[in-house]
Design a protein around this ligand. Sequence first.
Ligand SMILES: C[S@@+](CC[C@H](N)C(=O)[O-])C[C@H]1O[C@@H](n2cnc3c(N)ncnc32)[C@H](O)[C@@H]1O
Length: 224
Amino acid sequence: MNPTSRGWRRLFPRLLVLAAILAGRASAGAVRQAPGLDARVQAFLESHDWGWGNMNVPAVDGRTLYEIILKNKYTRALEIGTSTGHSGTWIAWALSKTGGKLITIDIDETRHREALENFKAAGLSSIIDARLGDAHEIVPSLPGPFDFVFSDADKDWYPNYLKAVLPKLLPGGCYATHNVSAGRGRRGSGGGGSYLELLLGLPELTTTVEGNGNGLAISYKKKN
Ligand SMILES: C[S@@+](CC[C@H](N)C(=O)[O-])C[C@H]1O[C@@H](n2cnc3c(N)ncnc32)[C@H](O)[C@@H]1O
């Protein structure tokens, strides 16, 4: 069609209206992240010394959690074992892009306080509900539902956390467990086998193990 023709001149304003409607629909579904947040979180993660004293996950595992949340657009996250907030920062950073929220729990007051400071420094406090207390009691009391769970507290209690949370995990949701191949995480299904054997044997889950050698188990709840 000739752009100077009468037909084109009639069509052009309608195309403009259509483009405006489509742009409006796209932005209505988008999540508004605070300006500059990516750069702030990245700088915080890089500048902070995540030493082994606080048992924080290595950055490679933090990034894995971040990517899982983004890929699946999860929004309802639970972390058991905040420590000083390394994994929590990665999880909340992803949730800042999906419009989600994180509940994270730790029993140690000093680490909990440091985590609060860290979440503030990273600019993620508004996304995170950090609770101080015994996860043995708090976890079963949470109503859920959740679509992403990261279990990284006391390894002996892993099977009990799983039992409490699995019914509240949405179909298609992810239950990630740290250190399934190392130390106490290797043991303790409560029934003689390992925790990993317990995960692999559950028919409602599909589990793979990734990570840094200590084993990061990624279990997805089947959709049917
Ligand atoms: C391996 S660290 C968590 C590391 C953290 N996910 C990170 O990467 O930054 C385990 C944490 O679980 C906490 N913890 C252990 N038993 C707990 C319990 N019963 N309730 C809540 N937190 C507990 C410890 O205080 C510790 O800070």
